[in-house]
Design a protein around this ligand. Structure first.
Ligand code: CMP
Length: 140
């Protein structure tokens, strides 16, 4: 399996509880390497554009409000099969359905404040990485 990159966000519910290191420990334990990382306050325009695919969903406005409610840590993760591996270690979107040991099972508060985001395909990973990072900020 080729080395791949994926995009990840540690969300405001996790940064508020000072869980960045604990989330990163789970990611690293799963064989993923943090090759870029920055803590930012997402603007409303960034959150709306990033989650544009969900614009018509009932939870969209609340999601934008949540994602701009505090710092997030945006990341590029690298490893074998990184997109699938990250989704596995994140667990299901709804923490009540997430497998034991996953990040969301351990840390998420609810289906919205679910601690982490991860790209769902290699194609979306490339788009999402480019949304937040320039090439020189990623050091593998
Ligand atoms: P994420 O993987 O970042 O993608 C979309 C986000 O919308 C999701 O995680 C949750 O934070 C949020 N969300 C809120 N309600 C729902 C819902 N009912 N279904 C899916 N995602 C939801």
């Amino acid at each position: 399996m080729a080395i791949e990159r994926t995009f990840s966000i540690i969300k405001p519910d996790a940064t508020r509880r000072n869980l960045t290191g604990k989330v990163n420990a789970v990611l690293e334990g799963a064989g993923l390497r943090v090759v870029a990382q920055k803590r930012i306050l997402m603007t409303q325009a960034q959150a709306e554009a990033f989650y544009g695919v969900h614009r018509e969903r009932g939870f969209f406005r609340d999601l934008v409000t949540f994602m701009t409610s505090g710092p997030v840590v945006v990341q590029v993760l690298e490893g074998e099969n990184a997109v699938a591996r990250n989704r596995e270690v994140m667990g299901a979107t709804d923490p009540s359905k997430a497998a034991p040991g996953t990040i969301r099972a351990q840390f998420a508060e609810n289906i919205e404040a679910n601690s982490v985001h991860g790209s769902d395909s290699a194609e979306n990973a490339a788009t999402e990485i480019a949304f937040f990072f320039s090439g020189i900020e990623i050091v593998g």
